[in-house]
Design a protein around this ligand. Structure first.
Ligand SMILES: O=C(O)c1cc(=O)[nH]c(=O)n1[C@@H]1O[C@H](COP(=O)(O)O)[C@@H](O)[C@H]1O
Length: 272
């Protein structure tokens, strides 16, 4: 689904749907009941420009607005049925609880993929993999400065003493990826680490947040993470997320038009 959307829209851009009530445009500002309206307008303005959408569940759940997220998922299905939806939930829990989270992501919200923390190990990820055709993106080398605290530690008892993030990448490329359902999250703010991840995980999709508001560079990101064969066919996809830089390109009534312009620019930079 991802490769099809990438080819059809000539896009490696994922628009992140992180609606902050305080930043809604015009007369919607501060009004939680308009999270759906805002995001739906962004989707309508960008549907032909993206390879994925990534709604962030906290922006809805924090306001008791899960019903609006459900409506938004359904809206994306209608407007852009070919575009995969990555539910950004960053879950991670023991198997029995993971089953409930998986049900939430894939049955309640109908997501195509979900972001997960691998910290609790394979049995915390496995319940999601029981959903055939659905994907998981494991946090690997995150975009925030504190990502160093654990992810950039070396594992003394693993051959070659890799960084923890390299070990996660190797697991996602190999033994944990039994049916081709795994991707990795790596931050655009650390392009050298993206290259290290690609060295151990050449084919899994990389979800790369951090361009735009967090300062990551689009061209450098794609060079570090995207892989293709001699004919230009994608062999290692990247899904480069930008949220605030697109959502809040304008604070006025022209927010959707401005979002489209910002998305077009980012898409062009990512395509090369
Ligand atoms: O999993 C993520 O999506 C994620 C991982 C990461 O390492 N860094 C990161 O910023 N994100 C998410 O990506 C989005 C980035 O938003 P912007 O910085 O506004 O483009 C937010 O929804 C974050 O929660």
């Amino acid at each position: 689904m991802l490769l099809r959307a990438e080819a059809r829209h000539r896009s490696r851009l994922c628009v992140g749907l992180d609606p902050d009530p305080a930043r809604l445009p015009g007369h919607w500002r501060g009004r939680v009941e308009h999270l759906y309206d805002f995001c739906a307008a962004i989707v309508d303005a960008t549907a032909d420009l993206v390879c994925a959408y990534k709604p962030q569940i906290a922006y809805f759940a924090a306001h008791g607005a899960e019903a609006q997220l459900e409506r938004l998922m359904a809206h994306i299905r209608v407007v852009a049925p070919e575009v995969p939806i990555i539910l950004d939930a960053k879950r991670g829990d023991i198997g029995s609880t993971a089953e409930q989270y998986a049900k939430e992501a894939f049955e309640r919200y109908g997501a195509d993929a979900v972001t997960l923390s691998p910290f609790m190990g394979f049995d915390s990820v496995e319940p999601y993999l029981r959903y055939g055709g659905k994907g998981v993106f494991l946090l690997c080398r995150t975009s925030n400065p504190g990502g160093d605290d654990l992810q950039a530690r070396r594992l003394a008892d693993v051959p070659g003493q890799p960084f923890l993030f390299e070990h996660i990448a190797a697991l996602a490329q190999g033994p944990w990826n039994r049916h081709g359902q795994m991707g990795l999250v790596v931050g655009a703010t650390y392009p050298q680490e993206i290259e290290r991840v690609r060295a151990v995980a050449p084919t899994v999709p990389l979800l790369i947040p951090g361009v735009g508001a967090q300062g990551g560079d689009a061209v450098t990101t794609v060079r570090a993470g995207w892989r293709g064969d001699a004919s230009g066919r994608t062999t290692g996809p990247v899904v480069v997320n930008s949220s605030r830089a697109i959502l809040y390109a304008s604070a006025g009534d022209d927010f959707a038009t401005a979002a489209r312009v910002a998305a077009e620019q980012t898409r062009a930079a990512l395509w090369g």
